[in-house]
Structures are given as structure tokens and as C-alpha cells.
Design a protein. Structure first.
Length: 306
């Protein structure tokens, strides 16, 4: 190994310090002494030529260089896990006589970390994961619900916390630089109101922060019958509950309306209605991994169904 190369254990220390926000916490989590953790971080900083953590009363706070280093460290460590899992799977398939070149990629197994916003986690992922586990029982999916605000699910992927993210994609929220992905479904927005209400457009409008892209907001602004939102909630589930109880109207995308109760009326907004693009994002390296490719196949298969 070259003098300035980093070893996997050095990457694990850096990630542990960032997670614990302290050298003592990282030492506890890794079963090391605090001096060993400090020595490892100093050595990593020397090799990289950058300070990774500010040490002080607030603990160990990553510098901008440290944040970038930790993101890369997570992604490298995940690739090492993928290397081991796919090598073992290929060897097992070969021993069984199937070989790694079967149409679905041979034996696919190992952990699969997924970040998804709420409605995608509730309504888009479950049938895809059911099909995935039926086809590949060795895959171990782990789903984390992430608010699709700021860097959202794509940020989880970029930072190495997820292998694949289910994200909103569009002109105002393009696939971030350094990631790859594609659109899975275009979901239309609908007008929703309490079923049977005699004048639903007189009700207050309820909204939530994750609801729309700027494109959809622009569409809203051009509709003189849509008032300004007077109530904001934490998520689309709370919006649907308020509409169902007769307290409000809303403009909501299709995924959020999956399984809406009969007490909610869903009205098509017509051919000029706005839509929201929902897709996946992953890293270029994970895009080639068998577990990620297998999930993308199942998601695309769902999209292709009538």
C-alpha cells in the first residue's frame, strides 16, 4: 500500500467520529481507546493534507473538507461490502451450476439501503420490495423515510447513507451532479375535498412543505380559484386527514392519494394539470451493483403494468 493510501479501518474511524460527533463516542462505538481514535484521525488528516474535524467544546465537528471525506468514506466502505457480497454470490452461483451470467444476474443477496420520501415509502416501494424479496430472498432491504426537502433523499445517497433514493425529479429538482438516475412515474395532481361538501372551493386550503416543485407552484399561482394556503401540516397524511374530516381542501399528487378513504373526493384537474416526476437516484458505482439493479428492475416493472 502506498504511503498516502487510506486503509478501511481509517475510513471507519472517520465515519464513527462524524456519527458520534466526538472522539470518545467513536472510541466507545468502535471498541477502541480514545487515543487510538485521535491517532488514527491525525494520521488520516496528514495523509489527506486537510483538517477533518474542529475539536472544541462542541465535540468533533466536521469541517467542509471533513464532510466531503466522510461522504466518500461511507461510499468506499459500502463498495467494499458490495465487493464481498457479490463475490460470494458469484461463487455460490458457480458452485450451484447457474453461473453469474443468468438473465437476472445470478444469485443476488446482501443489504440494500433505500431512502424514500413518505408517500413513496408507503405506496411505491412495498409492491416492488415484495416482488424483489420473492425473486431474491437473500436481499435485505432497509428503508429510511427522509423528508424531500433541501438535499432530501438524493443527499442521503450522495453522503453514502443510502444506496438508492426514491426522489422527486424535475427541472427545478434535477438529479444532483455526481449521481445518476431516472424517472419511474409521472403522477398527476388532483383537487381533493370532503366528499359531498356543497361548496368545497370555499374551504381553506391546506398544504405541506414537501408537496410541490416550483413548476407546480407556478401552476397554482395561475389558478384564480385556488386561494393561498392558510394551514400547513407536517406531511401529506395529516393533509388527507384534515380533508377527510371536512376541514379543508387540497391539491395533492397521486401517490399521496393512494388508498384515500371514501370520505375524500378526488377530482381530476384536466389535461393541463401539473404532474410530479418520481424516480430513483444512485451513485455511478452503486448503479452497477446487483442489489440496486434488481430493485430498479422491479420498480420499472411496476411502472410498466397497466
Amino acid at each position: 500500500m502506498a504511503e498516502h493510501d487510506l486503509a478501511p479501518h481509517e475510513l471507519r474511524v472517520v465515519v464513527a467520529v462524524e456519527q458520534a460527533r466526538s472522539f470518545s463516542g467513536a472510541a466507545r462505538d468502535l471498541g477502541l481507546t480514545q487515543s487510538a481514535v485521535s491517532h488514527s484521525v491525525r494520521g488520516t488528516e496528514k495523509k489527506l493534507g486537510a483538517v477533518l474535524f474542529e475539536r472544541g467544546r462542541r465535540g468533533a465537528v466536521p469541517t467542509p473538507a471533513g464532510e466531503r471525506a466522510v461522504a466518500h468514506a461511507r461510499r468506499v466502505l459500502r463498495l467494499l461490502e458490495t465487493l464481498a457480497a457479490e463475490t460470494r454470490a458469484a461463487a455460490a452461483a458457480d458452485a450451484a451450476g447457474g453461473g453469474p451470467g443468468t438473465p437476472d444476474g445470478g444469485t443476488v443477496a446482501g443489504p440494500l439501503r433505500i431512502a424514500a420520501f413518505r408517500s413513496a415509502a408507503l405506496h411505491l416501494l412495498p409492491p416492488a420490495l415484495a416482488a424483489l424479496r420473492a425473486r431474491h430472498p437473500g436481499i435485505e432491504p432497509e428503508v429510511r423515510v427522509v423528508r424531500e426537502l433541501g438535499r432530501g433523499t438524493a443527499g442521503e445517497v450522495a453522503d453514502g447513507r443510502a444506496d438508492i433514493g426514491i426522489a422527486t425529479i424535475g427541472t427545478s429538482s434535477p438529479i444532483p451532479r455526481g449521481l445518476v438516475g431516472g424517472v419511474l412515474v409521472e403522477e398527476p395532481y388532483s383537487f381533493v375535498h370532503p366528499a359531498g361538501h356543497p361548496a368545497p372551493r370555499t374551504l381553506p386550503l391546506v398544504d405541506w412543505a414537501e408537496n410541490c416543485t416550483s413548476y407546480t407552484r407556478d401552476w397554482w399561482a395561475g389558478q384564480d380559484w385556488i386561494p393561498r394556503a392558510t394551514t400547513r401540516t407536517e406531511d401529506d397524511g395529516a393533509v388527507l386527514a384534515m380533508v377527510s374530516a371536512g376541514h379543508a381542501m387540497a391539491i395533492m399528487p397521486a401517490l399521496s392519494l393512494t388508498g384515500a378513504p371514501p370520505s375524500v373526493a378526488v377530482v381530476d384537474l384536466g389535461p393541463a394539470r401539473p404532474t410530479r416526476s418520481v424516480g430513483y437516484v444512485t451513485t455511478p458505482e452503486q448503479a452497477g451493483s446487483q442489489v440496486v439493479r434488481a430493485l430498479i428492475r422491479e420498480l420499472r416493472a411496476l411502472r410498466a403494468r397497466p
